[in-house]
Design a protein around this ligand. Structure first.
Ligand code: DGY
Length: 322
């Protein structure tokens, strides 16, 4: 009898075809994310689970799946999975880094360009029929990137790729990591290591590339915004919970910082009445860091491979913890 696999959302046809060769699969349709009670009942006797960032895979969920051997998430982030508990239960957890590095760095840089040159704001101005109101020499100006300091918090795969983009735009690059990278790599990226405090106080743009953990939860709050330059912009393509959104709204309203560009939010999806949506000095993207045709296909391929390996009791290509 074929082993069972549950998917909390549909993947590309080629991936579904591949899965069907080896497994009896069931795909959740309907409300996204799947309600927790439904998820628990659907995975009772599955061997494998394919999930997405909005699916909370808690201890309780893991405990409801008696045969589970493999959890494969269609994402680089895995903060939605209790990986510690999965490890205790000897369940393999796979994720999809590397293949989405370029796409996510591209998005971070396009947010940076957008907020610095006010592209989305201009789009709104035209759609609202207000172009004639911004003819003056000082109206509606952006800022240059050349010579400005980009502070990258978390110079890992995505942060380093962003640094390459910024180098081509003649930006000064500083970074802060828990662990300093090699001097050779620093030299090739033209990136200077600085303390967290210096990164906050000296950057013209700060781009966040750290995972959401206990240590980074709500890291960017009013205390931090007050230490940033008034002219500074915040870019976040990592996880929304790294930023205290209530404080960010106040910081943007009171012009404590100049602007922000976000692809991720504390609770997703946000709706059109969210306080951030009312602000002019912000660019909002609906969590599309990895969302290119090519990248999403590669992610699907890795997700299936990770799942297969985990079900066989082997380490996934990209494995968390166990
Ligand atoms: C991920 O894969 O975790 C990203 O947030 C998706 O854009």
């Amino acid at each position: 009898m074929k082993k069972k696999v549950f998917l909390t959302r549909r993947l590309h046809d080629f991936a579904i075809k591949e899965l069907k060769k080896r497994y009896q699969i069931e795909i959740h349709s309907g409300k996204i994310p799947i309600p927790q009670s439904k998820l628990r009942s659907k995975i009772k006797d599955v061997d494998g689970l394919i999930c997405f960032p909005y699916d909370k895979i808690s201890q309780e969920v893991i405990d409801s799946a008696k045969n589970l051997k493999s959890i494969s998430t269609y994402s680089v982030g895995f903060d939605h999975i209790d990986t510690e508990y999965a490890k205790i239960k000897k369940i393999r957890v796979g994720y999809t880094p590397e293949v989405l590095t370029d796409a996510t760095a591209d998005l971070a840089f396009s947010l940076l360009l957008d907020i610095s040159r006010r592209v989305s704001e201009g789009d709104r101005i035209i759609r609202d029929g207000k172009w004639r109101e911004i003819y003056g020499a000082f109206d509606y100006v952006g800022v240059d990137l050349q010579g400005k300091t980009l502070g990258i918090l978390g110079l890992g795969r995505i942060g380093s790729t962003l640094a390459k983009r910024a180098k081509a735009f003649d930006m000064k690059i500083t970074y802060h990591n828990r662990k300093r990278i090699s001097k050779t790599k620093e030299k090739s990226l033209n990136a200077k290591y600085v303390s967290f405090e210096k990164l906050i106080s000296d950057s013209d743009f700060i781009s966040i590339h750290v995972p959401h953990t206990k240590e980074t939860d709500q890291l960017f709050d009013m205390k931090i915004f007050k230490k940033m330059k008034e002219s500074a912009f915040l870019i976040n393509t990592s996880r929304g919970k790294v930023v205290n959104e209530k404080d960010l709204v106040v910081a943007l309203k009171k012009k404590i910082i100049s602007g922000a560009a976000l692809d991720v939010f504390e609770f997703e999806p946000i709706n059109k009445n969210h306080p951030l949506v009312k602000l002019p000095n912000i660019v909002l993207a609906p969590h599309i860091g990895s969302s290119t045709k090519e990248t999403r296909m590669k992610m699907a391929e890795i997700t299936v491979k990770n799942l297969d390996l985990g079900i066989k009791g082997k380490k996934p290509i990209y494995s968390v913890g166990y």
